[in-house]
Write a protein that binds this ligand. Structure first.
Ligand SMILES: Nc1ncnc2c1ncn2[C@@H]1O[C@H](COP(=O)(O)OP(=O)(O)O)[C@@H](O)[C@H]1O
Ligand SMILES: O=C(O)C1=C[C@@H](OP(=O)(O)O)[C@@H](O)[C@H](O)C1
Ligand SMILES: [Mg+2]
Length: 169
């Protein structure tokens, strides 16, 4: 089985949530790109966007992605935008298995309503605007996400289900 795994998908898909659990169960080193950047920069993502700008964040995201994939084995949880900038999607596809976690828009919106403050792209949106934003942004990004080698569309996931899907990829 592939022991170099990238989880990707939109904000609120569950990349961070499932990535941690999967890595633990598979005995793989875990890297969440946002968490690595936050640690290295010493400030939360929203402060990086506000103080240094999105372009800077995107540059750091690409650097961290390439750094962590120097490891022989890993499970990487991307940020929602990671596959959509630079050559990141092609690069991931050449480096390992790409897995798109793609729950319904309603599920992602519901989760994001509770965690807006952490995410600079949505933190100032009203709940009504959030739904329209997710739909529009997902539409723009789908061209990258759909290059994934494995697509997981179920809304209700379990660890066993995910392990089975990824092992068969
Ligand atoms: N399957 C799930 N069931 C319940 N809550 C979930 C599930 N997946 C994610 N969440 C919650 O939804 C929020 C967003 O998940 P997260 O893993 O941070 O998404 P991502 O990293 O893809 O943006 C978090 O609060 C997380 O705990
Ligand atoms: O979709 C995006 O552009 C972003 C997603 C976030 O990660 P999550 O998808 O883990 O929330 C984080 O990288 C940043 O707020 C930008
Ligand atoms: Mg995340």
């Amino acid at each position: 089985m592939g022991r170099r795994i990238f989880l990707l998908g939109f904000m609120g898909a569950g990349k961070t949530y499932w990535g941690k659990q999967l890595a633990e169960h598979l005995g793989l080193p875990f890297y969440d790109i946002d968490e690595v950047i936050v640690e290295e920069e010493g400030m939360p993502v929203s402060d990086i966007f506000a103080e240094k700008g999105e372009d800077y964040f995107r540059m750091r995201e690409t650097e961290v992605l390439k750094d962590v994939s120097e490891q022989p084995e890993f499970l990487v949880s991307c940020g929602g935008g990671t596959p959509c900038f630079s050559d990141n999607m092609d690069w991931m596809n050449n480096q390992g298995i790409t897995v798109w976690i793609n729950p319904s828009i309603e599920t992602m919106v519901e989760r994001l309503q509770r965690k807006k403050y952490k995410r600079p792209l949505i933190q100032d949106l009203t709940d009504d605007d959030l739904s329209a934003f997710v739909e529009k942004k997902l539409n723009e990004r789908i061209q990258f996400y759909q290059l994934s080698q494995k697509i997981i569309t179920a809304d209700e996931l379990s660890l066993d289900y995910l392990i089975n899907e990824i092992t068969n990829a």
